[in-house]
Design a protein around this ligand. Structure first.
Ligand code: AMP
Length: 210
């Protein structure tokens, strides 16, 4: 199994790129954020545990998320190629992945300055049905409030408000950014500039996923 980990701060565009890679390159896509939001919507035990953490901009505890992800990976075919979007987000999560023999093929580290991230996230609108992202300034849907891809209703995630975004950026710096060094030591990091247009980022990214 080939695994490409997509790493980067909130709002860097890794989810958008992951969806595009899944569509165009026929890779599997696992977003732990989407998985947790679906669990909240379905009212499962996982969702009930995760809700409070997500709404505050904190990470769900490692012991809650690791088992779920490893179980998912074990259920996937050995020949599959997977984009892992939003996991690992801490060193213990990366260790759990490696200990379960799922060492990434590559780790794509998306970069972007904080000021741009806050503007991107605070204006982000997400489809309730297929979780495609839009933006009130940079990527307007054809019809206001309606997803171009599936016709679903667009909404602002509770954790996309400016106050929560700032907390998420701090959490990223403290808990997730150390993974850059962790995977650099393993020679797995590829840096991708996340500041440009999605189209240009995708063109760059494709070259790193061959
Ligand atoms: P995302 O959609 O990737 O921005 O994730 C939204 C929220 O889900 C995060 O702010 C966390 O609260 C939670 N979350 C997603 N992935 C993880 C993870 N790997 N570990 C812990 N919490 C996570």
């Amino acid at each position: 199994m080939k695994i490409y980990v997509f790493l980067g701060p909130p709002g860097v565009g890794k989810g958008t790129q992951a969806k595009r890679v899944a569509d165009e390159m026929k890779f599997n896509h696992l977003s732990t954020g989407d998985l947790l939001r679906a669990a909240i919507k379905d009212g499962t035990d996982l969702g009930k545990t995760a809700k409070g953490f997500i709404e505050k901009g904190e990470l769900v505890p490692d012991n809650v998320i690791c088992g779920v992800v490893v179980e998912k990976l074990r259920s996937m075919g050995k020949d599959s190629v997977l984009v892992l979007d939003g996991f690992p987000r801490t060193i213990p999560q990366a260790d759990a992945l490696g200990n379960a023999s799922f060492t990434p093929t590559g780790v794509i580290n998306f970069t972007c300055p904080d000021s741009m991230l806050i503007e991107r996230i605070a204006g982000r609108r997400t489809c309730k049905k297929c979780s495609t992202n839009f933006h009130i300034k940079f990527q307007l849907p054809k019809k206001e409030g309606v997803c171009d891809a599936c016709g679903g209703e667009l909404y602002q995630r509770k954790d996309d408000t400016e106050a929560v975004v700032k907390e998420r950026l701090q959490v990223y710096q403290k808990q997730t950014a150390p993974l850059i060094e962790y995977y650099t030591k393993k020679n797995l990091i590829v840096n991708i500039d996340g500041t440009g247009k999605p189209e240009a980022i995708f063109a760059n990214l494709k070259k790193s996923l061959q």
